[in-house]
Design a protein around this ligand. Sequence first.
Ligand code: ZN
Ligand code: ZN
Ligand code: FE
Length: 750
Amino acid sequence: MKKVRAEIVLKGVVQGVGFRPFVHRLAQEHKLTGFVRNSSDGVTVFAEGERESIDLFFESISKEAPPLAIIQDRSLKLCKPEGSKEFRIKESKGGKDKSAVPPPDVSICDSCLKELFDHNDRRYRYPFINCTSCGPRFTIIKNLPFDRAYTTMNEFKMCSECNKEYNEITDRRYHIQTNACEKCGPEVSFIKDEETIGQGESAIKLASECLKNGEIVVVKGAGGFHFMSDAENENMAERIRTFKGRKFKPIAVMSYSLSDIKKYAWVSEEEERLLTSPERPIVLLRKKEPFLLANSIAPFNQYIGVMLPYLPIHYLLLHDSGLLAIVDTSGNLKGEPLIYRNDEALKKLSSMTRYFLIHNRDIHIRCDDSVVKMVSGLPMSFRRARGYVPLPIKLSKTTEPILATGGEIKNTFCITRKNLAFLSQHIGDIKNLDVYEFYKETIEHFKYIFKTEPEIIAYDLHPEYLSTNFVKELTTWNSHLTTIGIQHHHAHIASCMAENGVEGEVIGIAFDGTGYGTDGNVWGGEFFVGGYNGFKRTHHLKYIPLPGGDQAAHQPWRMAVSYLAQAFGEEALRFTKRWSRSDFIYSMIKKGINCPLASSMGRLFDAVSSLLGFCDINTYEGEAAVRLENQCHNAKAVPYNYKIDGSEIDVSPMIREIMLKGEGVDKIAQRFHLTIVDIILEVCKELRKEYGIGRVVLSGGVFQNKIIIEKATELLRRSKFNVFTHLRVPPNDGGLSLGQVAIAQYRIDN
Ligand code: ZN
Ligand code: ZN
Ligand code: FE
């Protein structure tokens, strides 16, 4: 039979996931000759053989691809046979079309875990064991294609045994770029009082002893340094929280196994799947009472952030220390970015502990843990980072590259290439100068690895956001850039639409703490009708003064006074005795001094949380709302009254009832949540009647509230609305940049 030759191009996540070895094996099975190689577009295969075999081979590539691969595009083109004799893996070649996508870091796989604890294996207890289906990727890649030479593994030269595996087609480490063993790979060291006192196995032993004895150990992981300590030890957990400047903000824990986790938290089947997935996010689980771990891990919270080990070193430390759980939280000072360099860790963290477990493989780009919570039986991302970044989100159209700079807190940015949106890892609150530097560095890194230089820049309209300031900086030096300012809540809605592939007109509900409105007021309790190309603001929470502006966001009691004033006028002072400075705040409100106006839903949650005595001061963003939500126990209750007056939603009838009726705080909390859900439902019904739109999009940080999102979705669906919510992209400001991208795509086209 006549032989043909085909050029096959595969794009997507096809590098660093064992793709070429897989193609090699498959080509041999189908008796084909030719070669496979990485290129900047992905993977290119030249295969020669009978036409039928080539077709089968092409189909099998998609069907049997390695578990971590994602093929986003494939093509086959016939060309002239060259009479090749064998099938080979060729060295990489840079192509013109740069479409490769680096894979995220994924947790140690089952096969490697087995070897890690197998006495007879040559990698027994080697903390950097990995293979084609597991290990670090995103955090060590300096450039693409994904070849060892372009990673921080470049420092380490494979020994003869590793090299043999690398070249042996039947070996599961065939052509793995990160191959290493004790002889040739990275090594851990244990440092006490700035002196190295153990390396390799002895370092691990010393670190686990320390953990067992109740000490805090700083451990270098994949994306940065982490603090670890015995999670049953109240003092140490408290100390870590204090050091990080987290008064009440919860910290995460890690356990060796699911059965250990089940001793202190409730785990559903879906949560089990999430915990054991290769992404290994922190999962927010409901605590079991009485709670076995230190209370200071997640004070005033029904939930606790839990993860299973994702690095070999985690397994070793948990195994050797025998602890039920360890605190595992990112190693940074308050508001600062994750620390990722050895020298910096020793300099900045030595006042907190004498013990460090470090290693000599560099982290090229830092990456935090991801946080996920089950909502209506589906995993909703609260923070998107390790395990998920930089996998792209598919957009509905292809445009010129865009850079969207995101918001200010929980910042992420987004860069596009054709129809793919690459959302960055969680960057943090860029008001901090070091975080701002990290932000700028990461933007440069993304541009470099994705080989894209966007000339269209989308940003938030807030004049004081540093992400907006960054755009000013950019345009000062590059006058040819096109800049597109986008309203905060419009971006929230567009983000949820883009994630769900929704086009056309929708009812958009954006509830959050703060966003700059087009009238210069602070928005955050918004109902829109519209789509990517524009919106009409149909309803919003009635404006309320924010006494002291930004201070009101940190001090919920100020909002309590403001809502009392709105509901009771002069009478308000009857209820404000509890707060010593309430008279002063009241007069500020009356005279309108330093009282910007807000329609923010987040501030309403703050006010009610403070009125009920749960939280007068926010020690972290959203604390008052979290504590209010935690007070709900799913008791039967009915919503309060409120008034819809034209476009304004007036909740003062509710505030009056809360204050005058004398119900228990748990019941009030429950009724408050149901009132917000009722407002959503009623306004949506009105809008459907008026505009004939039945699709509802829910976005903004308030929709992290499990009761609000679950109840609203349930009731809207029962009333035959088509409801879209976030899953892969956070509903909070971490998702903003995706929405900015989606809107900018429309603005440049029209
Ligand atoms: Zn593995
Ligand atoms: Zn080796
Ligand atoms: Fe927001």
